[in-house]
Design a protein around this ligand. Sequence first.
Ligand SMILES: Cc1cc2nc3c(=O)[nH]c(=O)nc-3n(C[C@H](O)[C@H](O)[C@H](O)COP(=O)(O)OP(=O)(O)OC[C@H]3O[C@@H](n4cnc5c(N)ncnc54)[C@H](O)[C@@H]3O)c2cc1C
Ligand code: SF4
Ligand code: SF4
Length: 380
Amino acid sequence: MSSVSNFIYPKNGVPSSKSKINSAPNPDVQNSRVKINEAVVKSMDNLTNDTYKLVVKCHDDALPFNSHAGQYATLKVDGLNKPRAYSFAKSPKSENKNEYTFFIRQVPGGEFSNWLDKNRTGEKIIISAPLGYFKLDDSKDDMVCIAGGSGMSAVNAIVEEAIHQKVKRNCYFFYGARTQNDLYLVNELKKISEKWDKNFKFEFIPVLSEEPKDSDWDGARGFVTDYFKDNYLQKGVVSADSCKAFFCGPPPMIDAGAKVLKEAGVAESSMFFDKFEDARSPAPVIDNSKCVLCDECLLVKPTAGCIVETAKLGKMKDNGKYADIERIDPAYTSGLYYNTLYIDEDECIRCYACVHACPAKAISPQYDVEPKTLRETVEV
Ligand SMILES: Cc1cc2nc3c(=O)[nH]c(=O)nc-3n(C[C@H](O)[C@H](O)[C@H](O)COP(=O)(O)OP(=O)(O)OC[C@H]3O[C@@H](n4cnc5c(N)ncnc54)[C@H](O)[C@@H]3O)c2cc1C
Ligand code: SF4
Ligand code: SF4
């Protein structure tokens, strides 16, 4: 079995000269591989009182990420133990060269999002990308986009991409926010509607869940997925058999939206989403008895240490951690080794890329198995 890691991570988290070992890279492999670039914060702006627009600029000679609209990057800054995932908020075709835009919402006590409390312009940041499979499909079906909070990011990138591709299809973009003060990008979306093919509809529908009853808001109210169901799906404006859904934002909103569409008969294959899981979601667990050592999970992992290749785990301590992890570093190990994969939940950023990549269904946040290495189960 070959063992390939998509990262060459030195201990300090900065790309080493090893990332340049291959002087004649295969362009196909190079284009899809995750790259790690050193960058600086070019600008930071408030979109609302708790959401920032962050523009990150890579060095002029940095390798391009070759990402597509809907994908995400991880961002890491000095002093934080691990990176965090953030969706690209613009189509790559709309960005300046080597620049990447993110919409980041502050969460109470959040390490990364509160790093943005100060003006960080000019500070160093490590960006790794491209990651994820969320993207615009190539059908002619109506687009139903549902975003909540900072989930505006990936959906904005998708509709910008649709403009670049000059798509000929209707688009209904529902945005769930609490109050009018939480709305942003309204003018930019108005410009998108002006550029949309005139023979097709582009509607942007903000839906407010906590707007005071006596305010001047005369737009939609309630939960965004209920509003879509009652006013578009049930009234036949959108038909279940000719739509594609694009969801982005908090997991409960996406689950609610998927349920509504499923009940209406929309096939799961017609729903695409980018779920903003976070540290509250369970880390997935690998059932090594199902693992066929194909390496697919190692090729998609977004951080260097989330999936550990190990020869020994030792006993589990009271805090749920293993006492004596013997890591195998494929870059320095040749020949056969005792391969057990283990997910380190402190390093895992809950992107679930490994869950989707595993052909053997060996990884799941629902599994509750204790990993054992071959060395620990077989006497050698
Ligand atoms: C694929 C993917 C794409 C993402 N894209 C975006 C994006 O474009 N914009 C964006 O803002 N976020 C995005 N996220 C979420 C982001 O990665 C972080 O989880 C989020 O910013 C919190 O990080 P933090 O370091 O501030 O908080 P942490 O330090 O990781 O968490 C601190 C505490 O806050 C809790 N917490 C975390 N998130 C929330 C929350 N939303 N509400 C309440 N409590 C919370 C945690 O459980 C923890 O207890 C994405 C996540 C994924 C997996
Ligand atoms: S979900 Fe899987 S791929 Fe994603 S960070 Fe966690 S272990 Fe790594
Ligand atoms: S856990 Fe799944 S994806 Fe990872 S090596 Fe095993 S079979 Fe392959």
